[in-house]
Design a protein around this ligand. Structure first.
Ligand code: GLN
Length: 194
């Protein structure tokens, strides 16, 4: 299966590297409409959501991307990727607006801009994994169809809705590939049901 990593800004190479460790996955950089059309699934990496959103508009990718996601293409947004997918963002307007979540950007404030938590991630992984947060958002509210996967101190930091997976943290900056494997399983299931 062909999995793209949105190649605009952020931790693109790191996601490609993780995907390459998973059998039957062809990991590609995606930044043109033709790239997007050929994918079975897409990862939107972390970076700066406002910068990525600007480039999505400049490259005229917004409508196609929304269409593909609403059509069922599995998508995984890490950190800024979560912000881009969210229906609403505290204090500003949304970007792709496809997932029924409201997020708060830079939600951990200046002292806690970056930190690592060690925590199991059921149903993704039962053993504790290092979770890297870099000026991370969290989910402040969500609709009924959103499944909460992980909370830290009552804040939602991983969630899923149908074909969309989001995490506030960056598994691509650690050694573990569990979250990527979980996403690939979502893509497999989606391919089987189509
Ligand atoms: N603070 C960034 C934003 O608001 C997200 C940070 C990240 O992706 N690591 O877009």
């Amino acid at each position: 299966m062909r999995i793209g990593v949105l190649d605009i800004q952020g931790s693109v190479e790191e996601h490609i590297h993780h995907l390459q460790q998973i059998p039957d996955v062809e990991a590609v950089r995606a930044k043109t409409p033709a790239d997007l059309s050929s994918l079975d699934g897409l990862i939107i990496p972390g970076g700066e959501s406002t910068a990525i959103a600007k480039m999505l508009h400049a490259f005229k990718l917004v409508d196609l991307l929304k269409e593909r996601i609403q059509d069922g293409m599995p998508v995984y947004g890490t950190c800024a990727g979560m912000i881009l997918l969210a229906d609403s963002i505290e204090g500003e307007s949304g970007h792709l607006g496809v997932m029924d979540i409201r997020v708060k950007r830079n939600a951990y404030g200046s002292q806690m801009d970056s930190f690592i938590a060690e925590l199991p991630l059921p149903p993704i992984c039962d053993r504790a994994l290092p979770l890297v947060f870099i000026r991370a958002p969290y989910i402040v509210s969500h609709g009924d169809s959103v499944q909460v996967l992980t909370m830290i101190e009552h804040k939602i930091v991983a969630a899923k809705q149908d074909n969309m997976l989001v995490t506030s943290f960056h598994p691509e900056l650690t050694e573990h590939t569990d979250v990527h494997r979980y996403f690939i399983q979502m893509v497999r299931e989606s391919k089987q049901s189509h």
